[in-house]
Design a protein around this ligand. Structure first.
Ligand code: GLN
Length: 456
């Protein structure tokens, strides 16, 4: 395998064509927050020479505005590149700009943005998913390949991968440096890759993974050659039965999933249902939202118009409290405000034990449940999302709790910091659906191999 696998046969990458197509498609679908093409400058391996890459808006890029989908950071232009960006540039990949997302990652459809709502390339009346929605849409929209860097806290790579019909890999927590990421929830955030093929996602992850002096939560372990995709025999696949009984699991999605399981079985895998009660909507979703919002509310405290955030004229205000309130009132969208309020409440003295501490305990129990299953199985399979991408109009009418419930399939592995990959597994009502494969900690290679075999 070589870079030819990206580019198809013997063709060279046509940058001019890519740039033109990017501008055209984007004017129709709005998946980019900013197109900013840079000359390749890196001094490293040049292994990805000529491959274009784009980055979710929440990841810092030197000289290119980094707003994380929020008005409060509308004009924030970092003076440094995030580690992942630096590593891609070093490998010779070519930067093309930033992709749209939900504000600070708070959402499921990329409709919670201060900027234009991106539209799905398969049907422009439908959402792109979220929060790394633009990151998924660009991969599906463009003819030529692109490495698209996303970030997942509770499912933000799997979700847009499924809704747009592309491959999306979320690594083990600590596998990829978060240095230069505008944090959502530090104990959950993971930077990963969306691409057209498993090979593309594997190559991208291989380039950005590994220990980083600037992020001491990165693991000091060797990065295997993920892109060296190989066959795997005697695979044992677990299917949590709670997922199959999920409210809101659409019939077409379920059928595609069952077909995928048959395909895996035909290729020699052993598929078995397992009981994982804590993965139900009743436990995993509330635990995730309590923890994610608590962390988010502390992270957003720094957006006050002093060090970060919208600047107003302090002279216009009685005191600094008034100034901060106005900056935050104007700068944050509705979902961000909701999360600041709920997140602050759940960790307040008096409520902490009832909410935050309890959620942390549920999280530990979920991790233990996964550990047990991985004693006997190699991967856990499920549909990636319970539904196909809803229409933008429908999405805008859903209540927050209805939207949160859609994360049931993805919050579990995110809470446990496990690696996961979503691959396209057919269509329902003309829209793509995804197969989700979750692996044990640091076993990205397992999920890449299974996904690759599945897609071939
Ligand atoms: N939909 C989830 C949330 O709103 C996950 C988003 C994410 O992974 N950034 O928190």
């Amino acid at each position: 395998m070589g870079l030819k696998n990206f580019i198809d046969g013997d063709k060279d990458f046509d940058h001019q064509k890519f740039h033109e197509e990017l501008k055209d498609k984007n004017s129709e679908l709005n998946f980019m927050r900013e197109i900013n093409v840079e000359e390749t400058s890196g001094s490293g391996s040049r292994e990805l020479e000529d491959i274009p890459f784009v980055v979710k808006d929440a990841i810092c890029t030197e000289g290119t505005v980094t707003s994380a989908g929020s008005k409060i950071l509308e004009n924030y232009t970092p003076v440094f590149d995030a580690t992942v960006v630096e590593r891609l540039k070093d490998s010779g990949a070519k930067f093309y700009g930033k992709t749209q997302q939900d504000e600070f990652g708070f959402g499921t459809f990329s409709t919670n943005t201060a900027f234009e709502t991106p539209c799905n390339p398969h049907d422009s009346e439908r959402v792109v998913g979220g929060s790394s929605g633009g990151a998924g849409a660009i991969v599906a929209a463009m003819d030529q390949p692109v490495i698209s860097i996303g970030e997942s806290t509770g499912g933000s790579i799997t979700n847009p991968a499924a809704y747009n019909g592309v491959v999306g890999v979320t690594p083990t927590y600590g596998r990829v440096s978060r240095y230069g990421l505008v944090d959502y929830a530090n104990s959950l955030d993971k930077i990963g890759v969306l691409a057209k093929t498993v090979y593309g996602a594997a190559k991208g992850l291989e380039t950005i993974a590994g220990h980083d002096e600037d992020d001491h939560t990165t693991a000091d372990r060797e990065v295997p050659e993920y892109s060296d995709l190989e066959e795997r025999d005697n695979l044992k696949v677990a299917v949590p039965k709670q997922y199959l009984e999920l409210d809101g699991l659409q019939e077409g999605v379920k059928e595609n999933f069952q077909d995928s399981l048959e395909k895996l079985e035909e290729s020699g895998a052993e598929v078995e249902e397992v009981d994982m009660p804590l993965l139900s909507a009743e436990y995993a979703v509330p635990a995730y939202y309590v923890l994610a919002m608590a962390e988010a509310s502390t992270n957003l405290a720094k957006m006050s118009g002093m060090r970060y955030g919208l600047e107003l004229d302090p002279e216009d205000f009685e005191d600094y409290n008034e100034y901060f309130s106005e900056v935050r009132t104007q700068g944050f969208g509705e979902e961000a405000k909701r999360r600041i309020l709920v997140g602050t409440y759940t960790r307040m003295a008096g409520y902490r034990d009832q909410y935050y501490v309890k959620a942390a305990k549920v999280r530990q129990k979920i991790i233990n449940q996964y550990k047990e299953v991985f004693e006997d199985f190699d991967v856990i399979a499920s549909p990636s999302m319970p539904n196909i991408a809803p229409r933008i109009e429908e999405a805008e009418e859903m209540t927050p709790t209805e939207i949160y419930a859609m994360d049931t399939l993805t919050v579990g592995p995110n809470l446990a910091g496990l690696p996961m990959i979503s691959v396209p597994n057919g269509e329902s009502e003309g829209m793509p659906t995804g197969l989700h494969l979750v692996g044990n900690h640091f076993r990205e290679k397992d999920i890449f191999n299974v996904a690759h075999a599945y897609m071939n």
